[in-house]
Design a protein around this ligand. Structure first.
Ligand code: MRU
Length: 341
């Protein structure tokens, strides 16, 4: 086992191979464990767009390696590569954060080896941040609680261990969490396909629920916390995350269930004042027209497919980052941890 891995954390989705980037193809899980090799920044951008690699931190890490590939194979067109990677997906700010960091290294005159060290540092720091957040988030829980999570925020979505799933890993390990429920996360099924695969593979028992079962689940008293990740956290604490997160927060508040957001500081965007300023990615309506490859909707139908939503800060009990925890987030509390935008 790789020394950066531990029991209950055996999956790695973004693997630098020295000359190319290997990505675990998340479109195929859990049916197939196959890898896609990227040899150019354009191929990395395509893999991000097509969700071969997904999850805010993992997208940023992959993009950083995309810059290394551009420097390796096409140094004359670095700016073009950076622009292509930046445009791959709009909502997760980790993508822009990682590319800004690589661009600063380029501006400092970094050579290929230095750029590879920078990309590796982005990846390594994410793993360290996740472990720190895991401990900090688990410490907020009671004992033997039930939790509900949404989408996939685990090793597949990060350098390893995960954000919200990192808290769940740490909580299960210390006995603070007795039961884990995962929402399916229509339409792409990150919860059903990825979170269930990842947790069961790592020996963490989890129970799948339909997204539409969440409020009823809360009404039964089975969960005390909803724990989710984030794609972008604005300066006032408003949080963009996978579509469906907002309705979980509303239902949680109604039922007296606590709501925790777990994300590294690379997801915090102090330059964006509030959630209203966050671009929400719209994906193809085709994602809604079929289930398991089988068309389920009448031909000629229309569909609207926003894949993120914004949970207002007022519905969030705690934002857990590697720098610390912001309870009941607002602009002043966010600024005290992250500085002004
Ligand atoms: O469309 P995806 O699968 O990239 O969306 C992922 C999410 O919304 C996650 O919750 C978020 O990126 C946090 S991952 C640690």
């Amino acid at each position: 086992m790789n020394p950066t891995q531990a029991s209950h954390d055996t999956v790695r989705a973004v693997l630098w191979q020295g000359s190319h980037l290997r990505l675990l193809d998340q479109r195929l899980l859990p049916a197939e464990e196959a890898y896609v090799d990227c040899r150019s920044a354009q191929e990395v951008a395509e893999a991000i767009r097509e969700l071969v690699v997904r999850g805010a931190p993992a997208i940023g890490i992959a993009a950083a390696w995309g810059v290394v590939l551009a420097a390796q194979h096409d140094p004359a067109r670095l700016d073009e590569a950076l622009a292509t990677l930046r445009a791959a997906r709009p909502t997760a700010v980790n993508l822009m954060w990682a590319l800004d960091r690589m661009q600063r290294a380029i501006a400092r005159g970094a050579d290929l080896a230095a750029l590879a060290r920078e990309a590796q540092a982005i990846q390594d720091e994410d793993l360290v941040a996740n472990r720190r957040m895991g401990a900090a988030g688990a410490a907020l829980l009671g004992n033997g609680v039930g939790v509900l999570t949404h989408c996939n925020t685990g090793s597949l979505a990060t350098a390893g261990f995960g954000t919200a799933l990192g808290v769940i890993r740490a909580g299960v390990e210390t006995g603070r969490i007795a039961r884990v429920y995962a929402g399916e996360t229509r339409p792409w099924l990150q919860g059903a396909r990825l979170t269930m695969w990842e947790l069961l593979r790592d020996g963490i028992p989890a129970t799948l629920v339909a997204d539409s079962a969440a409020a009823h689940l809360m009404s039964t008293g089975r969960v005390q916390w909803v724990i989710v990740g984030a794609d972008r956290i604005a300066a006032n604490g408003d949080t963009a995350n996978k579509i469906g997160t907002y309705q979980l927060a509303i239902a949680a508040r109604h039922h007296g269930v606590k709501f925790m957001v777990v994300a590294p500081s690379s997801t915090v965007d102090m330059a964006t004042a509030s959630g209203a300023d966050i671009e929400i990615e719209l994906r193809s309506p085709d994602e809604l027209f079929a289930y398991g490859g089988q068309r389920t909707v009448v031909e000629g139908a229309q569909a609207w497919n926003p894949v993120f939503d914004v949970t207002p800060a007022s519905l969030i009990d705690a934002i857990v980052t590697e720098r610390g925890v912001v309870e009941h987030p607002d602009t002043a509390r966010m600024a005290s941890l992250f500085g002004a935008g």
